[in-house]
Ligand binder design. Sequence first.
Ligand code: KG4
Ligand code: ZN
Length: 343
Amino acid sequence: MYGNFTIKNDPLILGLESSCDETAASVIRGRKILSNVIISSASEQAKYGGVVPEIASRAHTDAVNKAVTSAVKEAGLTIKDIDAVAVTYGAGLLGALLVGLSFAKSLAYTLNVPLIAVNHIRGHLAASYLFDETLEPPYITLLASGGHTAILHTQSYTKFKVLGATSDDAAGEAFDKVARILSLPYPGGPNVQRLAEQGKPSIAFPQALVKNSREMQFSYSGLKTAVLNYCHNAAQRGEEINHCDVACSFQHSAIDPLVKKTVESAQKLGVNTVTAGGGVIANGYLRQTLKCACDKAGLKLVLPEKIYCTDNAAMIAAEGLIQYKAGNFAPLNINAKAQIPLT
Ligand code: KG4
Ligand code: ZN
């Protein structure tokens, strides 16, 4: 009979993530990462210039058992030691999510341990807990991924308020689109960064911020169009474009407003700690400017290591730990969700 769980103080949580093109498994004990395995199908997806859902699902099916087995082994454990299974149930590609979710259900049932259903974005937000044992709410979070861009006021472990968000594209999406304009391969973000590192911010692209708005609002579609027009017009005039300068100028316009508004939000609310999460937080320029801005403002910054900013399962286990402590367990008939609102 499934149920009747003993709740432990420092549980061993297995995290499982399969929402996009990474099959990831990780074990944490309390806030300590014991293992972090990521099997990516990105190189396969790169042939098609982006993620093909069917390929992603098949790749997860191939990799899920290997990822979990390796994560448990790397942690120096056996599967029977696991106290709870935390798995991404959304948002993401349905077929991809179902592979991880079905695997996690079977595992939780067989081991008779709680199943914890994790919202992928909450996982990104929780990653910071793994990098500072003392971190606790309240704090300000900069969230920037392929699907979301927002500044949040995290008020408790389970409650946050959105202070500002993008009104159109997400920051990661803009990086990926600019990569395509510059004929850079998938995944776009890291490739734009690489080019930007060799360039200068010499082109005046618009900042990714809605001006004169009463609310704090970001906007990436105008910036993306400005980059597209700049490249298109130069090509029509037969002028050569300095791709490194385009990437560098874009990167400044995309990231500077995020950093500025994050620090301003903390100052305005009198909160002295800042965290960040999501794939774009792996960007070197963002990390550097956010660190400088926080130092200057006397704010404490907790940044997950780069590999824990892009998709991974340790962050899913970290959010799993919060849900475990709240006794928030999922039924075995829980379904995957392609979309989950931020709040
Ligand atoms: O969080 P994530 O791995 O997946 C989502 O949940 O969306 O974020 C992926 C996004 C992609 O758009 C990718 O281009 C971007 O994060 N990204 C970066 C960098 N690494 C990943 N953007 C800028 N610079 C990077 N180094
Ligand atoms: Zn993600």
